[in-house]
Ligand binder design. Structure first.
Ligand SMILES: [Zn+2]
Length: 547
């Protein structure tokens, strides 16, 4: 729930949106390339217009990771500083004569009516006679302004926190116990599943994912955009996450662990899905059990087939880079020859992940990977709670990583000890939050486990029906999501002679599918957003539509 004490008096002055008043493009500048890149990634995520480096124009809105001398700040329309690292916060306190204390706390910010995003992090609390608080959550001040100046200061370190959560979350250190098990002379699959499942039982059994586990990166992104809205006081154009008319996405994925799963469970699940018109992604190990070309062709035409390693022995992540390349390449070649389709995606066994695996996938021609959980209570690799802290895709080494945003069936039922119906309730609860944030609900259901059993076919069908019928929902495969997200990522907003439009360099695509929005305010119900047709935008500024 949104914190009713969140105080964010941020709204552009008029209900009527004066398009001539949209915020000027934003300049992003940092102490070094890495910091600039990190701040630019926030702008890229929201798809707000920006450029890297200072323009030194008078109406410039400068977003910086380091403090700017007071005299220089007055040359800009506004300056928003997101200090990177504790030293920079101290430097800023010295520069502007402010008091500074830091503390670890939980920030919770509204994103939609009755939904909020949250992060546990260190915040810098600045004080002094000039300090004016702009965005406040309970006792925690999130954004300050220096009274009488165009200077805005964030209490949250967007640069370090993003790197810590996403890039830190991408590298998972295998536990000693995992290394030991994976070195045993028999294959990982030979470990009886009950031993495996018991070994991974957690003390947090049944406890659901919390907001600050599911959405810390989304909270940082809200801080970024809310700060822009607050400091510019003018509507900010952006490109909506999804196709025009859609507000959320459902992606159904399956990892098929055994021959029984393939020949029995998968057929049952495919039957349920075909009745609902859902195309899903089937991830298959290429050398673990016998595969028939006929079955793979059927699954590829019911949705798409993705790679799931070769032997599924849990050793992929421990291999040297060249062996990873060989292995994921071999998997791709075999599945392509059996399914007669191009294999574009991968999911590692046990959701193992890391930069080197993404590098190997990029080298072997995969377009996407979906091996990182947003959060799970007990990673089988590190034997700790683990996740990447975002529900949205992100690009690494030219490969799109699509997090498994909804807790998977194995974690809920076999690790968390929930019954099938309790697992359904938990999937629905987390999906509701993911939808409210606007992210894709990426489900992982194993045909080998409970939802593939005849007695649960009805429950599985009801679950999908419920998710699919959410207002504004579009169902996609992982491959379709990859194409859409890449298409959106390549598009930009440009304003020329007062005309605001979406520019896309991709030939053959229809830019009309991308939705231009104006963010006009931020308050207890999240962002205030108005959607526009491109033609409307152009004609409103009186310059005629331009295709
Ligand atoms: Zn698997």
């Amino acid at each position: 729930m949104a914190d009713s004490r969140t105080d964010i008096p941020v709204e552009t002055r008029s209900q009527e949106i004066d398009l001539a008043r949209t915020a000027p493009p934003i300049s992003i500048s940092g102490k070094n390339q890495g910091e600039t890149r990190a701040l630019a990634d926030y702008a890229e995520f929201w798809k707000v217009p920006y450029h890297v480096g200072r323009s030194h124009k008078q109406n410039e809105i400068l977003v910086s990771s380091e403090s700017i001398p007071r005299s220089e700040a007055f040359e800009c329309a506004s300056v928003i500083i997101f200090p990177a690292g504790p030293e920079e916060s101290q430097k800023m306190a010295d520069e502007y004569n402010l008091g500074l204390t830091t503390k670890e706390t939980i920030i919770r910010l509204p994103i939609a009516p009755d939904a909020s995003v949250s992060i546990r992090t260190n915040v810098s609390d600045f004080s002094g006679p000039e300090i004016e608080q702009v965005i406040v959550n309970g006792e925690t001040r999130v954004l300050f302004r220096l009274r009488g100046t165009p200077l805005w200061i964030s209490a949250v370190d967007l640069v370090s926190d993003f790197n810590r959560l996403v890039f830190g979350g991408l590298e998972e250190v295998p536990s000693r116990r995992f290394r030991f098990i994976s070195r045993l002379p028999f294959s990982y699959r030979a470990v009886p599943s009950f031993v495996r499942n018991r070994a991974f039982k957690t003390s947090r059994s049944g406890a659901g994912v919390t907001e600050d586990e599911l959405s810390p990166v989304e909270c940082l992104r809200v801080v970024f955009l809310a700060s822009l809205v607050a400091s510019t006081g003018a509507p900010i154009p952006r490109i909506a996450f999804w196709r025009k008319g859609r507000s959320n996405v459902l992606v159904v994925t399956h990892d098929i662990e055994t021959q029984t799963g393939l020949e029995d469970g998968a057929a049952r699940i495919a039957d349920v899905e075909s009745k609902l018109g859902i195309h899903s992604t089937w991830n298959i190990p290429s050398e673990r059990y016998p595969l028939s070309s006929q079955l793979l062709i059927a699954l590829a035409s019911a949705g798409e087939v993705g790679g799931h390693d070769t032997k599924h022995d849990g050793r992929l992540i421990l291999e040297k880079l060249e062996d990873k390349v060989e292995r994921v390449g071999r998997c791709k070649t075999r599945l392509e020859s059996l399914s007669k389709k191009r294999i574009e995606g991968f999911r590692a066994p046990l959701l193992q992940h890391g930069r080197e695996l993404l590098l190997a996938l990029g080298k072997t021609g995969y377009q996407y990977d979906s091996s990182v959980p947003t959060w799970e209570p007990l990673s089988p690799t590190s034997l700790r709670p683990h996740g990447v802290g975002t529900i949205f895709p992100f690009s690494v080494s030219g490969v799109l990583e699509i997090p498994v945003s909804i807790p998977q069936d194995h974690q809920l039922i076999r690790v968390g000890g929930l019954s099938t119906s309790e697992a359904v309730q938990e999937i629905l609860r987390v999906s509701k939050l993911v939808r409210a944030i606007g992210g894709p609900c990426v489900l992982l259901i194993h045909p080998d486990y409970e939802f593939g059993q005849p007695e649960n076919a009805e429950a599985y069908s009801r679950l999908l029906e419920f998710l699919r019928s959410a207002p504004g929902c579009e169902t996609m495969t992982l491959g379709e999501l990859t194409r859409w997200w890449t298409y959106r990522a390549d598009a930009n907003i440009e304003t020329i002679n007062g005309q605001t439009r979406i520019q896309s360099s991709q030939i053959g695509d229809r830019p009309g599918d991308l939705q231009l929005e104006l963010v006009t305010g931020y308050g207890p119900d999240g962002f205030k957003i108005t959607s526009f047709d491109q033609s409307q935008i152009a004609s409103l500024v009186g310059d005629g539509a331009r295709e």
